[in-house]
Design a protein around this ligand. Sequence first.
Ligand code: R5P
Length: 318
Amino acid sequence: MNDLKIFAGRANPALSAKICDYIGIPSGKVSLGNFPDGEISCKIDEDIRGRDVFLIQPTCPPVNDNIMELLVMIDSCKRASAERITTVIPYFGYARQDRKDEGRVPITAKLVANIITRAGADRVVTMDLHAAQIQGFFDVPVDHLYAAPVLNDYMAQLGYQRDDYVVVSPDEGSIKRALGHAKRLGGSVAIVDKRRSSAEETHQENIIGGSIDGKVVLMFDDMISTAGSIVGAANLCKTAGAREIYVGVTHPVFAGPAIERLNASPITEMVFTDTIPLANPSLLQQTHPKFTALTVAPLLGEAIKRIHRNESVSFLFK
Ligand code: R5P
């Protein structure tokens, strides 16, 4: 592991520290700061010539600052003659604009992928992209990991029988994810008919598929932003007679009214991972005692180890 170097951006230092602990190497020394006008400064404080460098930086809020910091770090490593630069982006922001669904709008997922690649990233490690095909937006190898094993392990120890569950997909885009979880945890699959009216507002009117009455509902999503999608789906499940409602999400963005909405919802327990830091952790604990945070550090750490040793990463999907 001598030539492996891991550097953390400022987006999620706690996750980076856990990844380094898992691998058993110290975090690389880097000085990051801001000039008086807000521009980002970066100095890699150790020799990385010929090293296999991994930069850990989710592009979560403040999204633009975190992307720019990642680019500045890539450029520093490239100019310091790193042998290979892998960007570990546990949460890839701007991913939801992944196609032109009306005229004169950008495809930001492709734009950001282009910028990161052009800056000098040789490969990318990421987790639960909003749409799996975003992998193809990068012209370098992408290892796309899933938090599902971590979320499934947690749900499996709740003490219910496989027949107690119905896995509810909060929208039609998450059907494949719901089927995957149902295969491992049990239960039938139902789908919420979700219509989005704006970035903050969604409307849910029907549940298509299996019966919810008396069941333990499990819902999984890639992210919660304003919580409109998940809370709308949870309300519908409650009305349909759900006994309990458990939610598992990979990226807890919790933007705008999310905390208030989750707090007032019929969700029994909300489970999420540490791909991004919580915007306001103390508020969460005060308002909703049933938030549970799980770590994906071992999963990311194992992927980094395997990439460094040129070993299979798909092993982690099993
Ligand atoms: C939608 O396609 C995504 O998978 C999430 O369900 C959605 O982006 C969450 O957004 P919000 O929490 O604002 O409803």
